[in-house]
Design a protein around this ligand. Structure first.
Ligand code: ZN
Length: 134
């Protein structure tokens, strides 16, 4: 992993949480982006170079909706930047981690992403993300 890319936080209401986090962090979100395929709407904050991603479900069966139903709002995932998501997925699978998809898929913020099952990572849902080249 190259570096912590962002921290994902599950929220019920993105507009309300954008205001709350602006008050908490002292900066406003710099973008809002929907990822239709994942059933989420996201916003991003930049705090001293670390990104905070807020995630709101847009469908009742999206992963974020299920998470909030089970665990409530709060810390959802840590995302790490990698050079090549497919290579990293193979490496992590070989090392005993359970990668949740066969292939990386398009996420927010122009990234290719994949997730590692929290059961294989001490309860931490871990995202790997690769910058998509235009
Ligand atoms: Zn993320």
């Amino acid at each position: 992993m190259n570096k912590l890319e962002h921290i994902g936080i599950a929220v019920k209401n993105l507009d309300k949480s954008n205001e709350l986090f602006a008050r908490l962090l002292g900066v406003k979100h710099y973008k809002i982006e929907a990822v239709e395929s994942e059933g989420v709407r996201t916003s991003f904050f930049n705090v001293g170079g670390i990104k905070i991603e807020l995630l709101e479900a847009t469908k009742p069966d999206s992963a974020i909706a299920t998470f909030i139903e089970k665990r409530g709002e709060g810390l959802h995932h840590l995302a790490f930047d990698v050079d090549n998501a497919e290579n990293k997925m193979a490496e992590l699978n070989a090392a005993g981690f359970k990668v949740l998809t066969e292939k990386p898929f398009p996420g927010a913020d122009n990234k290719l992403v994949a997730f590692i099952h929290p059961k294989t990572a001490n309860g931490v849902l871990t995202e790997i993300c690769q910058e998509r080249k235009a």
